[in-house]
Each structure stands twice: as C-alpha cells, then as structure tokens.
Write a protein that binds this ligand. Structure first.
Ligand SMILES: [Zn+2]
Length: 320
C-alpha cells in the first residue's frame, strides 16, 4: 500500500492475498494513485466495481495522468480497477468467488477476495474521504444513455445534485433502489459521506463518445467539488427519476428485442419502444413493448438476445 500523505502524485498498489486453482499464493494488486495538493477535502474515485464497465477505468486513468498537483486543492485517491480480478476477466462478477462487489457491502475481513475488498474500502478508504465518486456503466447486458446517479435517500441530495449536474451527462438521475442496503451507497450514507455514481454506457463496450464524455465530465465534477478551478459551463443535463422496477420493460421469453427508439429519446405513454421476436417459436407473434409512462429512454438491453426476465428498456421520468 502506498503513502497517502505525500505531496504530488504517488502511484502503487494495494495488495490482497488470494488463493485459487491458478495461483495458490497470489497477490492481487489493485492500482492506486494518490494526488495531494494544498489543504482541502479528500475525494475517493472508483472505477471497475464491475469488470465489464469501461468508462470509469478510462476516465480515472486519464485523470491520474492529467492533474497538475501544483493547482490541486485537497486530495484525490483514485482506484481505476477496484475489482481487479473482474476487470481483467472482463466480467461483471469476480471470477474467483462468483460475487458481485456492489452487493456485499460493508464486506467481511475474513471473507473471499470480493468481501475483503469491500471491507477494506468500507473501513479504510471511505472514512478518509469526504466525497466518493463510483463510476459504473451498463456492463455487457445493459446500455445506458450516459447518466449520473444520485441516491434519493442521501442526506446531502442537493450537494450531490449540484456536483452531478456539473458532470454534464445527458441525464442526472434520482435513484431509490431496493438493493441499496447491500451497496457502497449504504456505507457512504452511514458514514455521512456524499456519494455520486454513474451509468455511462454499456453493452460491454467503450466508445469514443462515452470515453470522451466520461473523461471530461469527471474532470468537471472534480472541479465542482473544489479541487481544481472551474472552467466553462457543462452541457445541459435533464434531471430525471428512475422509475420503480415494476415499470421496467421485462422480457417475457427468450427473444430478440428490436428497439424502435434510441437512447435519450423522449417518449410518451403508449409509444412503441421495440418489438420482441420469439425466433425459436412459430406459435408466438412478435410482441410490441410500449412505454408505461411519459419520459426518456434511459436504458436498453445491451445484447440482441434477451432471456426471460431480462430488462429490455427503462424509461426515466421527469422529476416533478
Ligand atoms: Zn456497475
């Protein structure tokens, strides 16, 4: 582990013991960069919580190599590949134990590699930090219009909203998820920290558009937190709400979902969002999936083939 109080940029690794069929005494080495400027707040910036989401690692790596620490106020702690085993496998879950890092918080010091990374973050890194930025994308199976997410249950919603809007994503989204108690958001709230997350693309890809937006948006958000001078105004962001899960459009049976909209489109209740084609069945006609309410196409399935129970679309609603 590196020293977190050295002036300027310090880079190194946080080491975690692991023992697998492939490597009995393995050292999992998570890259970590610490940038120290003048006295000020600490912001912890995380990428790679899920291993098939690429905009976060790209934007954090770019930030680590771009910040002038002479101009920096406070401290940035950057972890571009938090779940390194999953990032290097290109998978959402950790291959060694099959766990989802963002469903095992606050973690367990005596648990598997995923549980120990969560515990280290909860007990060591998060208490040091004033703000936490946790960058996600849709992974292989979902694709999002680039969005910043604000937990509605946060006691600091207005600050999180102001900083989130500074990112300049097309959407800034209030969320209230039923699995929140298992996630990093719950630890942040318990510790009284501001947490902001994202969904910056998906389908297991990184594109020129999403990588550029993620890199520029993260820099704008770091400036909005007071670490660097603010330069210019961010692009406009729609402030919306994630609907409850019963309003998600869900696949009824294995099918190819063919959207009739693109991410970011405005839609009205009853508009056709896409058609499901049950390609292995001669007895089921194509089915139209329609918007359950007015709003914006926030998320579409990330793969052509959808299985029964998969989400094929989510329509965000304006915040009234
Ligand atoms: Zn994720």
């Amino acid at each position: 582990m590196i020293a977190l109080d050295q002036p300027g940029l310090t880079s190194g690794y946080a080491h975690f013991h692991n023992s697998t069929d492939k490597s009995a005494w393995q050292s999992v080495r998570l890259p970590i960069h610490c940038l120290n400027g003048t006295d000020g707040p600490t912001t912890l910036i995380l990428g790679g919580m899920h291993g098939d989401e690429y905009e976060g690692p790209v934007a954090i790596d770019a930030l680590a190599h771009a910040v002038d620490t002479e101009a920096l106020v406070g401290r940035l702690i950057l972890l571009p590949a938090l779940n390194l085993p999953a990032v290097m496998a290109g998978t959402r879950l950790t291959p060694d134990d099959g766990l989802n890092l963002n469903r095992v918080f606050p973690g367990d010091p005596l648990g598997s590699i995923t549980q120990r990374i969560a515990h280290w973050l909860s007990e060591t890194m998060m208490p040091l930090s004033d703000h936490i930025i946790d960058l996600h994308s849709g992974g292989r199976t979902l694709n999002f219009a680039p969005s910043i997410l604000i937990p509605e249950a946060s006691s600091q919603v207005s600050l999180a909203k102001a900083v989130g809007m500074a990112f300049g994503a097309p959407f800034t989204v209030l969320i209230d998820e039923d699995h929140a108690p298992m996630t990093i958001d719950a630890v942040a709230e318990k510790l009284g920290k501001v947490i902001i997350s994202s969904e910056l693309g998906g389908a297991g890809m990184v594109t020129q558009h999403t990588a550029t937006l993620a890199t520029q948006g993260l820099a704008r958000m770091v400036a909005a937190l007071g670490h660097l001078p603010v330069t210019g105004s961010p692009p406009t962001s729609h402030y919306v709400r994630l609907p409850s899960p019963d309003k998600y459009l869900i696949c009824d049976d294995d099918m190819i979902f063919v959207p009739t909209v693109i991410l970011g489109d405005a839609v009205h209740k009853g508009d056709i969002i896409g058609h499901g084609r049950f390609i292995d069945r001669i007895d089921i006609k194509p089915r139209a999936y329609v918007a359950p309410h007015d709003g914006w196409v926030l998320c579409l399935g990330g793969q052509g083939l959808s299985r029964r129970g998969d989400v094929v679309a989510v329509i965000a609603q304006d915040v009234s």
